[in-house]
Design a protein around this ligand. Structure first.
Ligand code: ZN
Length: 459
């Protein structure tokens, strides 16, 4: 039994003001960031937020969509207390972008459309209970700009849906258009078992919940079919406590909403110049970046994709390669990734940043710290959040070439290990490493291994 999944994802665009009025998108207390437009007062006229359009166009471009050069807005009519006007301004006939794709596991998940719409108000139920006697309405959210991203039913499993969302979020972070921290990603999840009716699980909040809701719904539909029943076309909701879905209403179709062109808003024309400017502001995205890291810095494909799949890691890497690409590749792909992996940490869980890492690369480059002490300081940085510079300074671990006479130490070691030195002269690489090791121990890591090697080779 093949599972078929399609998603409709709503993300809040990170603008200062709302989609059709000047009200701020951040407010502390309920119903304070409102005006006649977002309260739907008679006679008020909406004005389109240009920044929101630009952000939606960036999203559409990054998702490989065809950009519509002329689009307009429509009214989606329904009555509900969260909708002061009794209609929501959205896009129906012509969205900002359409016919794109996003690749997951080597498969192209087709993007049907990317469109702009306003968020309704939020309903606050007394002490969080839906069954209480009344609900409160907060219009601060009314008119917040959302981009809705709709996929074709190309996703094959709840896990793949999760991967899709992870990748989408990464792209949104790269674009810098998503108001994360201020909003949760919401999705309507459509799922069917091949040959049966489709069910929509409405308004699921957060990545984990989307995956859980899809798993629950997949299991429910399979057991209905296995027990000889028929899956009904309907809209359901997800309860994230019991991890089950329940019936909301029998499915309505989009046409039932009676969309009508919003005559208060003018048609938007995307000029060549404007589109070129927007496309230029789309940064290099994770996949291209990983390919470039392999080509430019000789990273393995795996390391490159790990680094590029985190905005934080790639910012660190880009900062460090400017200082010294060889040291940066070694320090980040081998040491930093290794330490994170060993401690089961992601970069976000640490205080490691580009500035701290660049400082360490600079120290290595200047020969002021041994590889071993650099690594130790990096472990402290990742696990305890102590800056490498502070750790090395406090523990007196900087190489002080003026006070250490490395050459006489090396000479004494060679004197005591003549046979090993002879082996080295005979071409034995292991003997060289042995002598370097002895010297480093004698100098307590306050010398640079490469410098010691230079001295031995000279002698
Ligand atoms: Zn307003």
């Amino acid at each position: 039994m093949k599972t078929i999944i399609g998603l409709e994802i709503h993300v809040q665009l990170d603008t200062k003001s709302k989609l059709f009025c000047g009200c701020s998108t951040s407010a502390d207390s309920p119903n304070t960031s409102v005006c006649p437009i977002c309260l739907g007062m008679p006679g008020s006229k909406p004005v389109l937020n240009k920044k929101a359009v630009e952000y939606a166009l960036m999203v559409a471009s990054a998702l490989n969509c065809k950009i519509n050069r002329k689009f307009f807005f429509s009214r989606k009519t329904y009555f509900y207390p969260d909708l002061a006007k009794n209609f929501q301004i959205t896009q129906y006939e012509i969205p900002v972008g359409e016919k794109g794709f996003l690749e997951i596991d080597g498969k192209k998940i087709r993007i049907t459309r990317v469109h702009l719409e306003e968020d309704p108000a939020s309903l606050v139920h007394e002490s969080g209970m839906v069954s209480s006697n009344y609900s409160l309405v907060d219009y601060n959210r009314s008119g917040i700009p959302l981009a809705e991203i709709v996929t074709e039913p190309d996703i094959e499993s709840p896990e793949q849906a999760r991967k899709f969302l992870d990748k989408l979020l990464l792209i949104l972070n790269y674009l810098g258009v998503y108001a994360h921290g201020r909003s949760v990603l919401k999705a309507d999840c459509n799922l069917s078992i091949k040959g049966s009716e489709r069910v929509e699980v409405k308004n699921v909040s957060g990545f984990k919940a989307v995956e859980d809701a899809l798993k629950a719904e997949e299991e429910r539909q399979r057991s209905v079919i296995e027990s000889g029943g028929k899956v009904e076309l309907e809209t359901r909701a997800f309860d994230d406590v019991s991890l089950t879905t329940y019936t909301l209403r029998k499915k309505e179709t989009e046409a039932d909403y009676g969309y009508i062109f919003d005559a208060d808003l003018v048609e938007t024309n995307v000029s060549n110049e404007w589109l070129a400017k927007i496309k230029a502001s789309v940064p290099e995205l994770p996949e291209e970046k990983a390919k470039r890291f392999v080509k430019q810095f000789g990273l393995t494909e795996y390391d490159a994709s790990v680094i590029a799949s985190s905005k934080g890691l790639s910012d660190i890497f880009e900062g460090c390669v400017k200082s010294d690409s060889k040291i940066a590749v070694r320090l980040i792909s081998r040491e930093l990734l290794g330490i994170l992996n060993y401690n089961k940490l992601s970069l976000d869980q640490t205080s490691v940043d580009a500035k701290g890492m660049v400082a360490l690369v600079e120290l290595l480059k200047a020969g002021k710290v041994s590889d071993k002490n650099a690594k130790d300081s990096l472990i402290k940085y990742v696990v305890e959040g102590i800056l490498p510079v502070d750790y090395l300074g406090k523990n007196n671990l900087f190489i002080d070439s003026s006070s250490v006479d490395a050459e006489s130490v090396v000479k004494a070691i060679i004197e005591k290990n003549k046979n090993v030195f002879d082996e080295f002269k005979g071409g034995n690489k292991k003997s060289l490493n042995f002598l370097i090791g002895l010297a480093m121990r004698e100098l307590k890591g306050k010398a640079d291994a490469r410098k010691i090697q230079g001295i031995i080779e000279k002698l």
